[in-house]
Ligand binder design. Structure first.
Ligand code: GLA
Length: 402
């Protein structure tokens, strides 16, 4: 009797060890992804449902030709509407008119340029645009994505009824890992269930912190159907206050994709949008038509000094360290002990803005080298504080290095 008991116990513990080993093996598939905030391009902000194989391939070409790849942008991500239904085995089917050669061909082309391939789905029964969602097909879809060479999955939250967000995202992460392919998981749950509290734990590499961005400077606006709300740049920025400590290598706050170059803001506003996203250590996912950018827009998206702030290896999220009225100072610690600093003027007229060393966590007596990241100019050694005149809706962005 005793021997049989011992045998059972041994078999049981061996099984537990094996299961744990498998779980660890699976999880290690995605370990080391997104050690800095992901950079790339996504179709939604400019093209909405108007996606096709030709457009995506020409955009991938443009990532190279425009110098975006050299600046660090690697993901080419197709958002909603590439999918139309499921076949009789439940496999997800790409729109045969718009993607006549199938998704693997698109992925192969993107990979042939040295870029990475992203797709979109949804944790519920349907995507936000009413296409088939992933619910109940998580493992089947993950295998399919791996076959296509998918490197990045944005997973939305429409039509999820009573689903638990943490469990749903843990489930798709487990499915992606089981496919054996390292795939970045972008949690697009709009901040509803505070994904910054559990996103990293379930293997999410980034999580949306707010509802959708719209290409405008100002606050929140109701959607045409009366529901709340789309967000301008400032509305999103205000919702990032206090979230900085949740960002770090492998897991990032996502204040939504860039609108730089889409036409709804002026260049000063786009420069502010880009500077602030970099300071927040946000994913930099461009959303404009890269095939015909004005030089000013190109210079914003490819400013390597600003991108270096975003991509700093320590991965600290930026925080608001001072605000009075329309004037704010945002600061991010960098791995060499310096700070990136954004002076933001939300007001309607030019103003003088001061960044005090004490607000940056430095003693006032410190003498530090200041460099302007938009002018690409060293401003010399400065003690105690830095001040600059900042245009309406504009920023001055500097690094302060002891
Ligand atoms: C939601 C997401 C957007 C976009 C659309 C697609 O609104 O938040 O980023 O993916 O769905 O339908």
């Amino acid at each position: 009797m005793k021997t049989i008991g011992l045998l059972f116990a041994t078999v049981f513990f061996a099984a537990v060890l094996l299961a744990e080993g498998n779980a660890q093996n699976n999880a290690s598939v995605s370990a080391g992804l997104a050690l800095t905030p992901p950079m790339g391009w996504n179709s939604w902000n400019k093209f909405g449902c108007n996606v096709s194989e030709d457009m995506i391939k020409s955009m991938a070409d443009a990532v190279l030709k425009s110098g975006m790849k050299d600046a660090g942008y690697v993901y080419v991500n197709i958002d909603d509407c590439w999918q139309v239904n499921r076949d009789d085995k439940g496999n997800i089917v790409a729109d045969p008119q718009r993607f006549p050669h199938g998704m693997k061909a698109v992925g192969d082309y993107i990979h042939s340029l040295g870029l990475k391939f992203g797709v979109y789905s949804d944790a519920g029964s349907e995507t936000c645009a009413g296409r088939p969602g992933g619910l109940g097909h998580e493992y089947q879809d993950a295998i399919q994505y791996a076959t296509w060479g998918v490197d990045y999955l944005k997973y939305d939250w429409c039509h999820t009824t009573t689903q638990d967000a943490k469990a749903a995202y843990a489930n798709i992460r487990a499915a992606l890992d089981a496919s054996g392919r390292p795939i970045v998981l972008s949690i697009c749950e709009w901040g509803t269930a505070k994904p910054w509290l559990w996103g990293a734990e379930v293997g999410g590499n980034l999580w949306r912190t707010t509802g959708d961005i719209q290409d405008r400077w100002g606050g929140q606006q109701k959607w045409p159907d009366g529901s709340c709300c789309s967000n301008g740049v400032l509305a999103i920025l205000d919702q990032q206050v206090g979230l900085q400590s949740y960002a770090g290598p492998g897991h990032w706050n996502d204040p939504d994709m860039l609108e730089v170059g889409n036409g709804g803001m002026n260049d000063a506003e786009y420069r502010s949008h880009f500077s602030l996203w970099a300071l927040l250590a946000a994913p930099l996912i461009a959303g404009n038509d890269l095939r015909n950018m004005r030089p000013e827009i190109h210079d914003i998206l490819t400013n390597k000094e600003v991108i270096a702030v975003d991509q700093d290896a320590m991965g600290r999220g930026g925080e608001r360290v001072a605000n009075t009225g329309d004037v704010e100072v945002w600061s991010k610690q960098l791995s060499d002990g310096s700070r990136a600093v954004v002076l933001l003027n939300r007001g309607g007229a030019e103003q003088e803005i001061v960044a005090r060393w004490e607000d940056l966590g430095y003693p006032a007596s410190l003498s530090a080298s200041v460099r302007d990241l938009w002018e690409h100019k060293d401003l010399g050694k400065i003690r105690g504080k830095f001040s600059a005149r900042v245009p309406s809706h504009g920023v001055v962005m500097v690094t302060v290095k002891p």
